[in-house]
Ligand binder design. Sequence first.
Ligand SMILES: [Cu+2]
Length: 268
Amino acid sequence: MVKTRKNVWELGGDWADPILWYARGVKAMQSRPLSDPTAWRFYGAIHGIDRRLWTQLGFLSSGNQLPPNDTIKTYWQQCQHGSWYFLPWHRGYVLAFEAVVRDAVVKLGGPADWAIPYWNYFKPNQNQLPPAFASPDWPDGQGDNPLFVAQRFGPNNDGNVFVPMDQVDQNALGDSQFIGASDGGSPGFGGVNTGFRQELLDGKVSLVATISDLFRSQKRQLGLDTPLLKQTVVNTRDSRITYIGLTYRFGAPPKKQKEEQMRYENGD
Ligand SMILES: [Cu+2]
């Protein structure tokens, strides 16, 4: 069965069927417990989780059952930025996410060929966050629209979410550098490192590095991302701490694992 992703601004209405089903699918995912690999929050954590921040924002509480440790280690915090994994990783992530939403949609009686609508903000007059994502209400006026996120802030920090077209272009497509430089120069296709994980030495050691002060020059670009990321940026800016974590895995995976995290105060 062919599934076609369509332009969210050209579906024939603010709450056209694919958007309405998207909302219903998201709501179903949100109702699942964190330990469920098809839960909204589990999927969020695959990309990245900041437990302190999630707790602060009410996404995580002490009563929440966490998945088993090896599940967490294998699946959470996997987002790849600052390397050529950036594109393939996110493409796979969206594909898997879409499949989970579709599954929920079908279970609710929706179309089996549902596909996630895309947002092409480069098209004229389409740089505004689509209305279904900007309204707290469902089309019937009920106020728990799951596509609406109150913490979205927008480029002017006033909740009006749009892409400032004078600040974005598609030149990245012609950039052969995937890893951005922190000291000026090309920001790279995948951007400056926002925390990456790479398996080294045959998977025995994985290196996790977050160079927080790079965020300072990246803030404007990050202004369109999730509230979590913004919070992370702000917190990071304030603390000015660089984390370099090393995860050692001795021997075969079932054997005992040892984790260490080193924390470095930044010079400036
Ligand atoms: Cu990412």
